[in-house]
Structure formats: C-alpha cells, structure tokens
Design a protein around this ligand. Structure first.
Ligand code: CUA
Length: 475
C-alpha cells in the first residue's frame, strides 16, 4: 500500500441535496467522524445556491447527492474544475450501488506532481496489491522447495569435489589434518555454490514474467531478519574456520625431539640438502619413513618456497641468515616424490624440482653410510659432489637431453656456436669462463642471464677444476 498522506479534517463542508434527509444524515456522520468543534457545515438544496456558496464561501469538501436532479452535475463540475484552492468533491449515490465518485482539486509543485503521478497512476488491480514484505506463510512452500534443492545440490557437488581426486596421496601424517580442512572447505564451497545457484535458477524459472502479468515485481526495502542473518552467519563461519585452522596448525607443528634435522639451501635454481649430523650434502632429499624431519631452510638469493604436495606442507624459504625458516613433517609412506618451488623466483622457477626419496629406516641408514664413505681422491667424483651440492644438475643434464642449459654429455671437445655467430671449441678455458662469467660466451639457442653469475663467489678454484674434470668424464 502506498503511504497514505496525513490528512486534517475539512474546515468547511457544503452538502448539496434537495433531500433534507440526505443533508442531515450526512451532517450527523461528519460530526461523528471528526467531532463537532471546528467544522462548519452548510446545506444547499438547489443549483444556484450551491454555486454561489461554492464561489463565495470556498468550502474544502463538497458532498453532492448524485441522484438529485436539481443539481446539474456538468455545470457544477465546470465550476469545480475552474478553481485552484484545494477542494474535494464526493458525489454520493444512495440508489443502486451506493458508489461514491471522488474529485480531488489541489495545486502541486512539479516535484509533488511527479510524486503524485507515481502514487496515483495505478490500475485498480495494482492499487489493491500489497507492496509490503511478502507474507511468510504464502512463501513457505517456495522456501521449503528451495531448501530441499540446496541440500540435494550441496551433497551432489560435495560428492563430485571429494570424488574426482583433486588431492594427491597423503604421504605424511600432517596430510590427514590438512585434508580434514580441505574437505570442510569443499563442503562450504559446495554449499555456497548451491545456495546461490538454486536461488538464482529457481527465481529465473518460477518467478519469470508471466503473460499479462505485471512488468515489475513488488519493490520493498529493509529486512532486519535478513540483515542479521547475513551478518551473523558469515561471521560465525569465519570464526569457526579460523578456530579449526589454528587447531590444525598447532597439530602439524608438534615437535618431536627425535626429529632428523636437514639444512635446506635454495637458490636460483637448485635445492641443496645438508645432513649436519652426518656431514653429508645432497641435491636430493633422502628421508626415513615414520620419523619426523625438521628442515631449517634458507635461500642464497631470492624467495623460494619448499613444497611437496603429497606432504601437504609448504614453507617459504627466505634469503638472509636471520630468516631461517623451519618446517616439520613426518613422512608416512615410502616412495619417490618431488619438491617443487612454489614461489616465482626467476627464469627457471618452473624447473626448480628435486627428488624426495622416502625410504625404510634400514635403507636410509645404508644410504647414510654410503654417502659419508665417499672417497674424494678422484677429481671427477669430487666434481660430481660439487655439482650436486651447487644444484648445477637442475639445469644441465648428463644424458644429452635439452634442459634450461646445455647438456654436459659430449660437451667437452665439441665445437660450440655462440649467439654472436662465432664458434669456439669447448676446452678447460671455455668451461672456466662459462662458469664464472656465464654471459661472456653464450651458446646459440640459450638466453643470457639465466645462469647465475655468482659462482665465482660460491666456488673456489679447486671446485671449478673438479667440475671441469667431471664434465670431461661425461662422454
Ligand atoms: Cu625457486 Cu621458484
């Protein structure tokens, strides 16, 4: 219902009727409705009297007997239309239907006229429509249907999300804790998707415009219930999820005093793993199963990120000795996995992978023994150990296949074409230059600035000589 204007009682009422009963009956009705204190009422029983009172006295409400032949309605209305002062006219018919015809004369500003158009320009049907918030009971049926559809779709979407195997195998005890959170989120995602999709599609299908129906739906604003609901529920969801998140974080960070410590060094673009208890360094991460490992990680250049998806844990690796980051996990499955760098760190970021080998404890002990017993009398063997530690093999293969950098197989002694078109024979001098100043003589087909330029600081002359011996050995 449009807002009813606040109306004050009329001051002067003129009743036009030749029938004295009509006039007196109305007089009584008017005093009963508005009280008899302030309202002046005059009666007119014929046309000329009616018109003179209308012009001289200026009533604000005129009630005309619709059935009275003495009152010429057309003449009366032509006078009514001519004036400007607010005036209302009711033509009341006591015969037949008892219908009342109402005329309302008033002067409006353009803005008021605009509002008046909005209010009054309603067809009789729409004028009777209730524009307030729809009644709860009449909508209950729709809410029940939508509710059932939301529940069904939530279960279906959740089953799909958890069924298609988005997550890799759980290979660490921490993975189960993280996956509980993942599954909770999958459920939330399924529910929110269903809530929006079902309401949207239901409205599109059920509440579409019907032939001959109104063009626009009811327009209502403000619902405290709705506003409280959409404030309280998301707030509760955020609090619940953050609580569960903190519990899970505390759980996966539980310390085991027997943890195996490994120092991890990340750089452009390699991983290097040092076992300080055993004096071993490796470019692959070897771990015993079912024993917690503590990684202490730092970077020699930019930010990298240690990530083995099967373990579900991830930790950024930062440069700077004050920013050593720790990560704990307990492998629960033997096998070979891959550590990936999960932080964009330059040209070969995508290739910054290293093997992670989880072994039975006895096999791991055997590996420790083998590694710490390496004889270092052979320069090529020392070179192999250096290139493993330094991560050179992340970009250079030893089997002839192409990678980020040229393969080392058959490299020594080969004639290499450089980017400037000149050729050079790969000898000790060329390899030395290529290691300490990689941009000096870039081979054709490889972009400059990809190979780090700081190996002169990282390696001593003996290391470089050993690496060259190692490269010479790969034919
Ligand atoms: Cu290191 Cu990306």
């Amino acid at each position: 219902m449009f807002k009813a204007e606040k109306r004050t009682p009329p001051q002067k009422v003129l009743i036009a009727s030749a029938n004295p009963l009509f006039g007196r009956g109305l007089e009584r009705l008017i005093t009963r409705r508005w009280g008899d204190g302030h309202i002046q009422i005059r009666l007119a029983s014929e046309m000329s009297e009616t018109l003179s009172i209308l012009t001289e006295w200026g009533p604000d409400l005129v009630i005309v007997d619709y059935d009275d032949r003495n009152i010429n309605r057309a003449e009366f209305l032509s006078h009514f239309v001519a004036g400007e002062k607010p005036m209302q006219v009711m033509m009341v018919s006591l015969q037949a239907s008892g219908a009342v015809v109402v005329y309302d004369r008033r002067t409006l500003t353009p803005a008021q006229a605009e509002d008046w158009l909005d209010l009054q320009w309603l067809s009789p049907q729409t004028a009777e429509m209730d524009h307030s918030m729809p009644k709860r009971s009449s909508n209950m049926k729709h809410f029940v249907i939508v509710g059932v559809l939301v529940v069904v779709l939530t279960l279906v979407v959740n089953a799909i999300l958890t069924g298609i195997g988005i997550l890799p195998v759980e290979a660490a005890t921490q993975a189960a804790v993280i996956d509980r959170l993942f599954n909770l989120h999958f459920f939330f995602i399924a529910f929110l998707f269903s809530l929006i999709a079902v309401f949207l599609m239901y409205s599109v299908v059920v509440w579409r415009k019907k032939a001959g129906g109104p063009d626009e739906g009811a327009n209502f604003s403000g619902s405290n219930r709705l506003e409280i609901a959409w404030t309280v529920f998301p707030l509760a969801a955020v609090l619940v999820v953050s609580y569960l998140g903190s519990v899970a974080l505390a759980d996966i960070q539980k310390e085991d005093p027997d943890a195996l410590e490994v120092q991890v060094t990340a750089g452009q673009w390699f991983w290097s793993f040092e076992y300080p208890e055993f004096g071993i360094t490796s470019s692959s991460l070897y771990l015993p199963v079912n024993r917690q490992v503590l990684l202490r990680m730092s970077s020699v250049d930019v930010i990298h990120s240690f990530w083995v998806p099967e373990f579900r844990v991830k930790q950024d690796v930062l440069p700077g000795e004050n920013f050593v980051r720790e990560l704990r996990f307990t492998p629960s499955m033997t096998g070979e996995f891959t550590v990936r760098c999960a932080e964009l760190c330059g040209g070969a970021h995508a290739y910054m992978n290293s093997p992670v080998i989880v072994m039975e404890p006895t096999a791991f002990d055997q590996w420790l023994q083998d590694e710490s017993g390496v004889t270092v009398s052979d320069p090529a063997a020392r070179g192999l150990s250096v290139v493993k530690q330094t991560g050179c093999v992340a970009c250079h293969t030893i089997d002839g296949s192409n990678s980020v950098g040229p393969t080392w197989q058959g490299l020594f002694g080969k004639e290499e074409t450089l980017v400037d078109g000149s050729t050079v024979v790969v000898d000790e001098t060329y390899l030395h230059t290529a290691i300490v100043n990689p941009n000096a003589q870039v081979p054709e087909g490889y972009p400059p600035n990809v190979m780090p330029q700081n190996y002169e600081q990282l390696l001593d002359e003996q290391d470089i000589a050993d690496i060259i011996e190692y490269i010479k050995s790969i034919q």
